[in-house]
Design a protein around this ligand. Structure first.
Ligand code: ADP
Ligand code: MG
Length: 221
């Protein structure tokens, strides 16, 4: 499902960040660990086709991302990718339900109201559908983020520090939801974290581990 070969990324002003080779079969997940600044978000952005590799290859679901035009990458992302950001950015004026609907509009698609309802139900958010974003707890907002990432049944689900703002209970609940949702949808789950609670909670789960070393002073690795 995911294959990395000789992958590296260099920001215009920053360090070159190299990543170990990796091969993930469909249904397998990846836990990406490393301290702050080690390159976790960079790798997620590469996997999402939001950044281009400086060298090496990324193949996701049989498609080499480097071979796609910007436009093809946008289309690929829309059709295949779910992203759970660290902080959910919702439109403050809209309800939770309408915010989810907005994801379709943003992609130029008709709203699939049945799918929105299904995910609200599945994630225990049905009673919150009419709330405004500021009326959600962090744990609830995290579930909305997950719902939004799952709307279009992505094959690849990327989560960037999904537990960073959560207490222990919400952290455990959020992780099991992520895993369960990925398993139900047959999606490949990649979680980037520096939260040791996540590492503990996922022990025994069928996930590959990639530990990113700290970038040396000056940024090279
Ligand atoms: P992490 O998610 O593990 O905290 P990042 O992938 O965000 O790490 O960052 C990895 C390294 O790349 C850091 O040294 C960071 O400062 C640098 N970096 C991130 N984004 C940029 C950017 N847009 N321009 C230059 N350097 C960047
Ligand atoms: Mg990061």
């Amino acid at each position: 499902m995911i294959e990395l070969q000789g992958l590296s990324h260099r920001y215009a002003t920053g360090p070159e960040i190299r990543f170990a080779d990796l091969a993930l079969a469909p249904g397998e997940g990846l836990l990406l660990r490393g301290t702050s600044g080690s390159g976790k978000s960079t790798l997620l952005a590469l996997l999402a086709g939001l950044l281009s590799a400086s060298s090496g290859r990324i193949v996701v679901g049989g498609i080499e991302l480097g071979g796609l035009s910007a436009r093809q990458r946008d289309a690929w992302r829309g059709a295949n990718l779910g992203f759970v950001p660290q902080r959910l950015h919702l439109s403050a004026a809209l309800s939770v339900g309408d915010n989810l609907g907005l994801s379709y509009a943003a992609a130029g698609l008709p709203v699939d109201a049945a799918r929105v309802d299904e995910l609200l139900q599945r994630l225990g958010l049905a009673e919150l559908a009419h709330r405004k974003p500021h009326q959600l707890s962090l744990g609830q907002a995290q579930r909305v983020a997950l719902a939004r990432a799952l709307l279009r049944r992505p094959r690849l689900l990327l989560a960037d520090e999904p537990t960073a703002n959560l207490d222990d209970e919400a952290c455990a609940a959020g992780l099991s939801l992520l895993q369960q949702a990925a398993a139900e949808q047959g999606a490949c789950l990649v979680i980037a974290t520096h939260d040791s609670r996540v590492v503990q909670a996922l022990e025994g789960a069928r996930m590959h581990l990639m530990a990113l070393p700290r970038l040396a002073a000056g940024g090279a690795r």
